[in-house]
Structures are given as C-alpha cells and as structure tokens.
Design a protein around this ligand. Structure first.
Ligand SMILES: Nc1ncnc2c1ncn2[C@@H]1O[C@H](COP(=O)(O)OP(=O)(O)OP(=O)(O)O)[C@@H](O)[C@H]1O
Ligand SMILES: [Mg+2]
Length: 320
C-alpha cells in the first residue's frame, strides 16, 4: 500500500517498506489515546517526525506540541525548563517561570534523548506520570496537568537500565508502547521514494524547477550505508541540488566520499577491473543473502579480505 496519498496525515513521513508500514498502523492506533510512546531510532531516522505525526493525528492537534532535547541542557536547567520555578528558588531565579509541562497543558511534550536525563529529573518525571501533577522548583503548590508524553532515544533504553543509569520503573512507564524505526540501510527500498520526495521539497523551497537524479547517483545511494539516515540523504540532496547544473543531480554534485564510489569507467565505456570485482563481490553477497563466511569461501578470500573490500567499496548489506 502506498502512503504518499495521505502524506499530510503522517507529517510528511514517506515509506513503503513493510517495517515502516506497521509503524504507520501503530501511529494510527496510538494517536487517539493518551498513551506515552517511546520512539527508538538512529540519528536522522525520523523520530521527531513520528512524534509530530502522533500529535497531529490526536485530538490534541490544536494544542501545543513542545519538543525538548534532554542532552542539550544541564540537570538544573532541564528541571526548571520542564517544571518551572518560583521566584528566588535559586540564584538567578528573579521571577516565576512556568515550566513546559504547564505551557504544554492540553497538548504533547516530546522529550528527545531521554537516556541523557539525570536520575533526579527522572524521579520528577515519574511523579508527573503517576500523579499527573508536579510542583515548580522551589514551589509548594501542586499543579495539575494534562500532557501527553512522547519520548525518544537513539539506543534501546534497556541497556541504560542494566547499566543502572536509567530508572527501571520509569522505563516500564515509558515503554508500554515502543516504536522502533529501522535505519535507512535496512529499508533501502524507501530511497527512490525519499529521493523523489526531496526533489519536490527542494524545488519548492528554492522556487526552482524540479530536478532529476542520474542513474549513477541512484546506484550510489543504494550501495551507501547512510549512517546519518534520512537526514543525511536530505542534506546530500540539498547540496547536490544547489551545485547541479541543467536540472540533473550527478555524481559530481555529491560530496567527495560518494564520488570515489562511482564506477570507474574506461574511455570505451567498458567497466574497469575494479568495477567488475566490486560488482562480483556484491553479486556473491546478494546470492548468499549476506552470509559473509559463505561469500568469502566462494570468492576464495578470507573474511578479513572480504571485510576490507566491503569497507573500501562502501558495500553495506541490505538484509531486509
Ligand atoms: N520517512 C521520512 N520521510 C520523509 N522525511 C523524513 C523521513 N524520516 C526523516 N525525514 C526527514 O529527515 C530529517 C530528520 O528527521 P527527524 O528530525 O525526525 O529525525 P530524528 O530521528 O529525530 O533525528 P535526531 O536523532 O538527530 O534527533 C527531517 O528533515 C525529516 O523531515
Ligand atoms: Mg530528533
């Protein structure tokens, strides 16, 4: 099923991969509830987009959607951002400050990088979840709030629980509903759709005609590992769009590390030995469904050599 038709409903989330499809279904189901949702995914994989989409699909759509990154603030700053403070609560607290939990009343708070939250703030957050109320720093009044909490992390929070840096009880409260966003390298089938989407977006943002992408670029996009996920793809495309001439994004418009991945061709258009080798290694890897031991045996090299070749040629396996 193609979701592009209801783009707006999902805040611009594009995907056709089966794994993402189940995420769309989950978003639909949880949006209407007040449940806390834990969103896990690598950097740039779309965590904030998923959070926005849950908010937009909920009946809180006309209320605030507030995001805050727990890694960006010190413990005391985060505490007073979230819960506010009374005048004189600490040096520099010259006046009362309303916390984001008050500001977001009726709406949604999205707490990014939740794993970075200090134990003290975790304890306060747990109390808000349990009692739906809190006190400002230095205050005595109990303030009731109706806020939906969405949280995100790049890593599985269970590891932080095991390490003892994240409260177990808070983890259970937060993780009732967990959305795991697969990294882009595990859903490479999405790349052509995302590429198309970003071509539209770029044309509109720059008020220029829509560009196209050369086949070489698409080939490179599908071999690259995308450690920065969808954001990296978007950035690479924006750069290429700006540098490109005559409306086609070519390999020359990509950053240097991508250009070295280009198939080296001779003047006759025949592939180079390097090119043939790379293609063959890829074919073998695909045939054995990514089993490197088997691939190495077929190729007659040891695993180390195979790994080195994969690294040099930036071969990332899509084991979807
Ligand atoms: N499935 C998608 N469809 C369209 N655009 C996407 C998709 N996923 C991510 N993006 C775009 O990629 C960029 C990064 O997404 P987002 O900010 O949601 O990622 P994130 O997981 O919150 O990243 P970080 O871990 O760095 O906070 C945004 O510009 C977003 O619009
Ligand atoms: Mg984010």
């Amino acid at each position: 099923m193609i979701r592009e038709s209801n783009l707006l409903d999902f805040s611009g989330l594009i995907s056709k991969s089966p794994k993402m499809e189940s995420i769309f279904d989950l978003i639909d189901k949880v949006a209407a509830t007040a449940s806390t949702v834990l969103i896990i995914g690598e950097t740039g994989s779309g965590k904030e987009l998923v959070a926005r989409s849950i908010h937009t699909k909920s009946n809180r759509i006309d209320e605030p959607f507030i995001t805050i990154n727990c890694a960006a603030l010190s413990e005391t700053l985060l505490e007073s951002e979230l819960f506010g403070h009374e005048r004189g609560a600490f040096t520099g607290a010259f006046s009362r400050k309303h916390g984001l939990f008050e500001v977001a009343h009726g709406g949604t708070i999205f707490l990014d990088e939740i794993v970075e939250m200090s134990p003290m703030v975790q304890t306060k957050l747990l109390r808000v979840l349990e009692t739906r109320s809190f006190r400002r720093v230095g205050g005595t009044d109990t303030i009731k709030v109706d806020v939906r909490l969405l949280v995100a992390s790049q890593e599985d929070l269970r590891e932080a629980v095991l390490k003892g840096t994240f409260r177990n009880d808070l983890y259970y409260r937060l993780s009732t509903i967990t959305v795991m966003i697969p990294p882009l390298r595990e859903r490479k089938g999405d790349i052509p759709y995302l590429t198309d989407h970003f071509l539209d977006k770029l044309a509109e943002a720059h008020d220029k005609p829509r560009a196209t992408v050369s086949q070489d670029v698409l080939d490179i996009f599908s071999t690259y590992g995308w450690p920065g996920n969808v954001r990296e793809l978007e950035n690479v495309m924006e750069r290429a769009f700006v540098l490109s001439s005559n409306g086609v994004l070519t390999v020359d418009d990509l950053p240097a590390k991508f250009r070295t991945m280009e198939r080296v061709r001779t003047v006759d258009g025949l592939p180079s030995l390097e090119d043939v080798k790379k293609k063959h290694v890829l074919t073998v890897l695909k045939t054995v469904r990514g089993n490197k031991t088997k691939a190495a045996r077929i190729l007659g090299v040891d695993r180390k050599t195979l790994y080195r070749m994969m690294r040099n040629w930036k071969i990332e396996l899509n084991v979807e």
